[in-house]
Write a protein that binds this ligand. Structure first.
Ligand code: NAD
Ligand code: 6OD
Length: 495
């Protein structure tokens, strides 16, 4: 049976969640729009400065009232209950995520909500297994000192996330933060406020003490995002979003010397060698360029192809792009949703114009599709591929964050590595080759946080994840998350 799309409920108001309660809206509201149709899905209560302050205060109080000292096994059990409860309310999360993003329901189920569950289970396991560092120091004359590190939470963590994978990216940060005994104030994107709000219900249902998880809704500058990062009661900021916003947030917290973890933009390369299995590489490349309508920070926007197979790859990708099915997110056969908003579509279209002015040949796409009916008000865009651009052209240097990529030929391995690394970003790369040694050699030379060989977006949540250059600061995942979300005190005892 084809599931029904989320019915627009403009009378529905998404509330802020502070100190274990939903706050009755008494101020400004903004609209939550379904990008597939352009319809209003809900109204959202924008948190003002005093309300953000109350959220931070309630988080501090929760720490003081004992949350930070909760035994690890209790925190791990709570994370597991959260995962179980999301599983029980799975379709509610799916419907909310689809209504906010317009993404295909199959993706919301198989990736976004499924990963939220895995995030909670993984960090329950990670914290339950985590040890502490200890060293014996030889002081001479037979004297020794025992050093051991005691893991402590950082305190109140501001969690700011974007709209592309809202619940996945939120829980990727909230789960380890709670695992380490922190309290959080989360600011979801203004475009996608629903699942962070639903998560508040779930965490309350599974017994998270009040004040440990707070949600404040709103925008960035002059709104909840800025109120949060400038609040003196915040001990750390974990942020996923654009490099420009990351830079701004960094300056904001610099005066108070607060730690930041930044997962920022990407301009990711794929490098395709002529020894590949063509079909396998085309399947992988199609995913990496067009998944989530190109709105994944890890998506490939630069495809470097060995000249000997350039025409085959170009033709194969055009053929596969034509097979993508844009349509109602509720339809199980839809592969591709809209962009997140009309504003984002204007940005992506601007790059279409810049590419054509730079002399790009449009292999496919480049325009706005006519979907008709309910979908005519949505922010749809055509999957787009170009040739004829070089590394000096803006569409090859700047993050587009849409379903568009430039195909560029290379001749030698060294040239491919140099082209791929010729970027200010450094998030991800994908190398496609059947030569085992070359795969390792090239993957290791990439200046990125994650370098895949013959795959894309395959995630091991215990491995470090993050970016170099404009793509971020720090690493999260497994032990790396524990390092960010906890602060060790080293105890040194002379024996
Ligand atoms: P954005 O930077 O505009 O917004 C991200 C979040 O920051 C939103 O919640 C927004 O309200 C908030 N914000 C904006 N200005 C702020 C300010 N001055 N102070 C505090 N908060 C502020 O990014 P976006 O458009 O929502 O998301 C797309 C970007 O995110 C792309 O660049 C993409 O590459 C990046 N991204 C990176 C990763 C990663 O893991 N590296 C993952 C997903 C998305
Ligand atoms: O998979 C993850 O944990 C992660 N942080 C993915 C980021 C995707 C960017 O849009």
């Amino acid at each position: 049976m084809t599931p029904q799309p989320a019915s627009p409920r403009p009378e529905n108001i998404l509330r802020n969640f502070v100190d274990g309660r939903f706050v009755e809206p008494d101020g400004k509201l903004f609209r939550d729009i379904d990008p597939a149709t352009g319809r209003t899905v809900a109204q959202v209560h924008e948190a003002d400065l005093p309300l953000v302050g109350r959220a931070v205060t309630s988080a501090r109080r929760a720490l003081a009232q004992g949350w930070s000292d909760t035994p690890v096994r209790e925190r791990a059990a709570l994370l597991r209950r959260a995962a179980d409860r999301i599983e029980e309310r799975f379709e509610e999360f799916v419907v909310a995520e689809v209504a906010d993003t317009g993404k295909p329901i199959t993706q919301a189920r198989d990736l976004d909500v499924a990963r939220a569950i895995t995030n909670f289970r993984t960090f329950a396991d990670v914290i339950a297994a985590a040890g502490q560092e200890s060293f014996m120091t030889e002081l001479g004359d037979g004297r020794r000192a025992l050093n051991y590190a005691v893991r402590k939470p950082v305190g109140v963590v501001a969690v700011i996330v974007p709209w592309n994978l809202p619940l996945l990216l939120l829980t990727w940060k909230v789960a380890p933060a709670l695992a380490c005994g922190n309290a959080v104030v989360v600011k979801p994107s203004e475009e996608t406020p629903a699942t962070a709000t639903l998560l508040a219900q779930v965490l309350a249902e599974v017994g998270l003490p009040r004040g440990v998880y707070n949600v404040v809704h709103g925008f960035g500058a002059g709104s909840a995002g800025e109120f949060l990062t400038t609040h003196p009661g915040i001990d750390a900021v974990t942020f996923t979003g654009s490099s420009a916003t990351g830079s701004h947030v960094m300056r904001t917290v610099a005066d108070r010397v607060r730690p930041v973890s930044f997962e920022l933009g990407g301009k990711n390369a794929a490098v395709v060698f002529d020894d590949i299995d063509l079909d396998e590489a085309l399947t992988g490349l199609t995913r990496s360029v067009f998944a989530n309508t190109g709105q994944v920070c890890l998506c490939t926007e630069r495809v470097y192809v060995q000249r000997t197979i350039f025409d085959d790859i170009a033709a194969g990708l055009v053929e596969r792009a034509a097979q993508l099915k844009l349509g109602s997110p509720a339809d199980e056969s839809t592969t591709t949703g809209p962009l997140i908003s009309q504003a984002h579509r204007r940005k992506v279209r601007h790059y279409f114009e810049v590419a054509e002015q730079a002399g790009a040949e449009v292999l496919t796409g480049g325009g706005i599709p006519e979907l008709g009916g309910d979908l005519s008000g949505g922010s749809w865009i055509e999957p787009t591929l170009w040739t004829g651009l070089t590394n000096t052209d803006r569409p090859v240097r700047e993050e587009i964050f849409g379903p568009a990529a430039a195909l560029i030929p290379f001749d030698t391995e060294d040239e491919a590595v140099a082209l791929a690394n010729d970027t200010d970003y450094g998030l991800a790369a994908a190398v496609w080759t059947n030569d085992l040694r070359r795969g390792h050699r090239v993957a290791q030379q990439m200046r990125v946080g994650i370098s895949w060989v013959n795959t894309w977006f395959t995630r091991e949540l215990r491995s470090p994840f993050g970016g170099a250059g404009l793509s971020g600061i720090g690493r999260e995942g497994g032990e790396s998350s524990l390092h960010f979300y906890s602060e060790p005190t080293n105890v040194c005892v002379q024996l």
